[in-house]
Ligand binder design. Sequence first.
Ligand code: FE
Ligand code: FE
Ligand code: ZN
Length: 275
Amino acid sequence: MIIGPHLSIARGFSAAVKEAVSIGADTFQFFTRNPRGGRARDLDLMDIAKGSRMMAREGMGPLLAHAPYTLNLASDKAGVRDFAKFMMADDLARLSRMPCRYYNVHPGSHVGLGVEAGTRLIVEALNEILTGEEDLVILLETMAGKGTEIGRSFEEIKAIMDGVHQSHLLGVCLDTCHVYSAGYDLAGDLDGVLASFDRIIGLDRLKALHLNDSKMPLGSGRDRHEKIGEGTLGEEVIRSIVTHPALRDLPFFLETPNEVAGYAREIRLVRSLVG
Ligand code: FE
Ligand code: FE
Ligand code: ZN
């Protein structure tokens, strides 16, 4: 299986690759900039080359970059939308110089405009930003549905994909904590959830999973990640997810409340579930 945690690249890209190797990860996820948004640091191309060589040597990847949480393409404020578009275009330009296959974004929150109007804004923004020349895939993340988040159902994700001209550049990252909170019963009916994903979006569009346990019950609409095996999903459900024939070859990214040592233990735990 391919599994890796969310790691900080604050001490440099190659340092994060080294850290991933040291805890037995096959890959990792990182924030493109401060998760609360704002300025990105200048790329250190020497450091990126060093990290890339290390990744190639270890056979690591695919790498997943996560956009900042504050990036909201569906905001009711034009200034917030413009800043989001700027950050996303800037991220894509920077990532083109890194060995990164996927760019994960939260679709956005409509802040009262309504799902339809918000979806239109997201589609417009993506159509403005994407040129078709990108050599990575943009992953829309399935959301828990807290506040006015768009992307809490497979239909909402599909509606965005349908509107984007460069839709071949779009895929989906399924967050296990989020979909459970959004009411998809991974514990009771994993096959049914995946069948519905396949019918509405198509499983060929599913490129990665955020593998998280949850502090919240099914359908809570709340977004609270838990360590693997310690939440409302539990070890057996996690096992059924990571061994499912439709999922087991995809990369799994941990976003659980852990420090690096905790991630090392969790990676061992998940691998032991696969057997
Ligand atoms: Fe996320
Ligand atoms: Fe996530
Ligand atoms: Zn979350």
